[in-house]
Design a protein. Structure first.
Length: 201
């Protein structure tokens, strides 16, 4: 399990959300969330977005992210959030959100290859490397398509803590919060509200 970096800014010290290590599309959606001191956006400018892509090994460090590519990344993030909500609510998503994901998939289509490793031959799909930023978006979109069409999709849920807005994969049906931090925050708020109600009563 990933440890929490105590020297990092408070918004980067969040406990990992279940499923983010399996699906980078989930990690992308979770770059926008709320803490007790307010809203946090880990992709608040092109430099931050570039750093996030590099840290997740989706983009080489030497490749800059221009304003148009940054806008497409943010657009994909919001489309994925809407698609997750539609799936969770058993609803048909907006055509624009589907189009955003499909456009990212088509921006750098993968080429099928036969790879041969120590384990033997296996199929490997390599994204078009001519446009690294488009390839990063294509990989994120493909990852989301895999999540939404796979067995794990049944575990996809939004954190029930007010304002959190992060998505995670439930480890069991009763789990409602993405992290213990959110669970503790909800329980503390309930205890405070109950105490105030007792004083008034």
């Amino acid at each position: 399990m990933r440890t929490v970096d105590q020297d990092a800014p408070v918004h980067l010290r969040q406990l990992p959300v279940p499923g983010e290590d399996q699906y980078l599309s989930l990690a992308l959606v979770n770059t926008r969330f709320t803490l007790s001191h307010g809203k946090v956006d880990l992709l608040d400018d092109p430099e931050a977005a570039h750093l996030w892509l590099v840290r997740h090994e989706l983009l080489p460090d030497r490749v800059a992210l221009n304003g148009r590519q940054f806008g497409r990344l943010l657009g994909l993030r919001e489309a994925l959030r809407a698609l997750f909500q539609a799936y969770d609510g058993h609803a048909r998503p907006a055509e624009a959100d589907l189009a955003t994901l499909n456009s990212a998939l088509a921006a750098a289509p993968s080429t099928p290859r036969l790879a041969w490793t120590a384990e033997g031959p296996h199929r490997a799909d390599e994204p078009d490397a001519a446009n690294p930023a488009a390839a990063a978006l294509s990989l994120l979109a493909e990852d989301a398509a895999d999540l939404l069409t796979g067995a794990e999709a049944a575990r996809l849920t939004e954190c029930a803590a007010q304002g959190c807005a992060r998505w995670f994969l439930r480890s069991h049906g009763a789990r409602r919060w993405c992290t213990t931090q959110c669970g503790n925050r909800v329980r503390a708020a309930r205890a405070y509200a109950a105490k105030r109600a007792d004083r008034r009563g």
